[in-house]
Design a protein around this ligand. Structure first.
Ligand code: ADP
Ligand code: MG
Length: 622
């Protein structure tokens, strides 16, 4: 086009597009859900703006917040149109030419080797999946603040933008026109599109329409001579059908002769059920529906089910509905960005209107791995995001969400037969339980660290979180165990919970600190994660039992009659030793009852850092 301005894609985008357009990836279907998800985001944005300024919606059709899919079989064009916020010229250049998010190159790298494009939506580059099925794409867009523009690209490293003077005015919103590749002909089949919308976009909260053909019976006068009864200029093709044989002869004489003809007409067919799942009664929503809802919410289209979910309706002073999910896997950067990002993964709605998915006031950091949604009836609608962030009921919502989240996690453990101390239950083979088997250890492997960070950060829920802790011990035989299980196995007279910290279980197993404890049949917890040292500075006790680091001073294994005697007879030696080492090297030299074969050990004082902590601190300052 003569008025087109040419641009080059950012190198990273170009590389991504190359991979996509040449991809042999078999699941090309994903492009449609990405486009629908973008349309839905754009509609959310305009609806949000309309809360404070109704004018932005305009009138008539323009105000209809919907998505439309249309096919042109002859030209092999599939178009998806929304009446969302649209894009200005600048938006088009920025949004469809560069990648803002970090981590994309990691994704490109991974895709190159694995060829798996399924997670593309999670990386903020879903749009480019259009090149799985199209070799030429036009994006026509109209934003309230700008004229209508066309963005176009053949994925050849460049794109062009021109003012749109030839297409029908959109009013507002975006139309994506895919010029399908020859081998992508299946996407011109209505049945295929219906199936895809049903499968992937069922939970989109705006109506999705397909310009669908429909066979209808029409009565036309039957010509006596049966010459030409088809209007050739008619747009729709029609198939003729023999008129039914009329049984009643006398009737036939009265009526003028007509016959029924099948004619193809087109109309907008609604493809999804827009009743939001969270507004439904939890009892009436099936597991499959929750799973599918999770997939669309999290943009996680792996085949895996979420590990757990909780759908509840809070009533009282602060009313809201919420659905929370524990994903089957932790995102690749969960702990990488832990301290610098404060993004929760909950979507906030106020009375069905999407407000934000970057509301960090909804969940504490350590629960940011949860996905879900909150829809509040109590929060005010026509205030800014910033003001909403300050609203007093958010505190109540947050408190309830944490409680529900921890309950949900506890239930994973309770329903997992592998978690049960009860041998009988463990071996019970019911298919229902089998599905839950091993789920908690899966949870723990993915998100255990979050629970530990929670213990450190959330004093209010410390005990609840401590219940969720899992670890190995001197007696757990390579399996994970809990504090409750540890306590149930404690020896008569044992007051403290014993633990030891180090870099690995293998290293700890050989520790001289364990000699005597093992011999006396005490169980000792192994803490081998660097975060465990911090954890144990916050976790002082559990169910009235104190934690005792066995490498620290203060270990009591019960009195021995010989203790006093020994202390007395070695008095001179300990005194000499202490003097020789001088006070800046050791605090004290004592006769110990914690060893068996090893003659002596260096023990940390009660309030000092353990040797392991010294090691961690040293590696951090280096
Ligand atoms: P993401 O949706 O994760 O941001 P995409 O690659 O799917 O990543 O889209 C890139 C950007 O392009 C979006 O963030 C949005 O700003 C813009 N965009 C895409 N489709 C539309 C649309 N239908 N209406 C308005 N903006 C859109
Ligand atoms: Mg997207």
């Amino acid at each position: 086009r003569s008025n087109a301005e040419k641009f080059e894609f950012q190198a990273e985008v170009s590389r991504l597009m190359d991979i996509i357009i040449n991809s042999l990836y078999s699941n090309k279907d994903i492009f449609l859900r990405e486009l629908i998800s973008n349309a839905s985001d754009a509609l959310d944005k305009i609806r949000f703006l309309a809360l404070t300024d109704k004018e932005v919606l305009g009138e008539g059709d323009n105000a209809k917040l919907e998505i439309q899919i249309k096919l042109d079989k002859e030209k092999k064009i599939l178009s998806i149109r929304d009446r969302g916020i649209g894009m200005t010229k600048e938006d088009l250049i920025k949004n469809l030419g560069t990648i803002a998010k970090s981590g994309t190159s990691a994704f490109v790298e991974k895709m190159q080797t694995s060829g798996d494009l399924n997670l593309i939506g999670q990386f903020g580059v879903g749009f480019y999946s259009v090149y799985l099925v199209a070799d030429y794409v036009e994006v026509i867009s109209k934003h309230n603040d700008d004229k209508q523009y066309v963005w176009e690209s053949k994925a050849d490293g460049a794109f062009a933008i021109s003012e749109d003077t030839y297409n029908e005015p959109l009013g507002r919103g975006t139309e994506i026109r895919l010029h399908l590749k020859d081998e992508a002909g299946e996407y011109l089949e209505e049945s295929k599109l219906k199936e895809l919308v049903k499968r992937y976009s069922e939970f989109i909260n705006f109506p999705i329409y397909l310009w669908a053909s429909k066979e209808v019976d029409v009565e036309v006068p039957a010509d006596e001579d049966d010459s030409s009864d088809e209007d050739e200029s008619s747009e729709s093709s029609s198939t003729e059908e023999e008129s039914e044989e009329d049984a009643d002869k006398s009737d036939e004489e009265k009526k003028p002769k007509t016959k029924k003809v099948k004619e193809t007409t087109y109309e907008w067919e609604l493809l999804n059920d827009v009743k939001a799942i969270w507004l439904r009664n939890p009892k009436e929503v099936t597991d499959e529906e929750y799973t599918k809802f999770y997939h669309s919410l999290a943009k996680d289209f792996s085949d895996e089910k979420p590990l757990a979910w909780s759908h509840f309706i809070a009533e009282g002073d602060v009313e809201f509905k919420a659905v929370l999910f524990v994903p089957p896997k932790a995102p690749h950067d969960l702990y990488e960005s832990y301290y610098n990002s404060n993004k929760s993964n909950l979507k906030l709605y106020v009375r069905r209107v999407f407000i934000s998915d970057e509301f960090d006031e909804l969940l504490p950091k350590y629960l940011s791995f949860l996905k879900g949604l909150v829809d509040s009836d109590t929060l005010p609608l026509n205030v800014s995001r910033e003001m909403l962030q300050q609203h007093s009921s958010l505190k109540t919502i947050k408190k309830k969400l944490i409680r529900k989240a921890l309950d949900m996690i506890r239930r994973i453990a309770e329903e997992d037969p592998d978690e049960s101390a009860d041998k009988e239950k463990k071996d019970e083979v019911s298919s229902d339980n089998d599905e839950k088997r091993g789920q908690y250890s899966k949870f723990w492997n993915e998100f255990g660290k979050s629970i530990k960070l929670g213990i450190i950060e959330d004093a209010t829920n410390r005990n609840r979180l401590a219940k969720l802790l899992r670890f190995e011990t001197t007696k757990s035989e390579g399996k994970l165990t809990s504090l409750d299980q540890y306590i149930s196995r404690m020896k008569a007279g044992q007051k403290d919970i014993f633990y030891i910290t180090g870099t690995s279980k293998e290293q700890l197993e050989k520790s001289p600190f364990l000699e005597r404890l093992k011999k006396k049949n005490f169980e000792v917890i192994y803490f081998t994660d660097p975060v465990d040292e911090y954890l144990m500075q916050y976790l002082m006790d559990y169910e009235d039992k104190k934690f005792q680091n066995v490498s620290k001073e203060g270990l009591k294994l019960g009195k021995d009659a010989k203790d006093k005697e020994l202390k007395e007879s070695f008095k001179d030696l300990t005194k000499w030793w202490k003097n020789t080492l001088a006070s800046e090297k050791v605090d004290d030299v004592k006769i110990s009852n914690r060893l068996d074969n090893t003659p002596c050990v260096v023990v940390t004082s009660k309030y000092g850092w353990s040797a392991n902590m010294e090691r961690i601190m040293q590696s951090q300052t280096l």
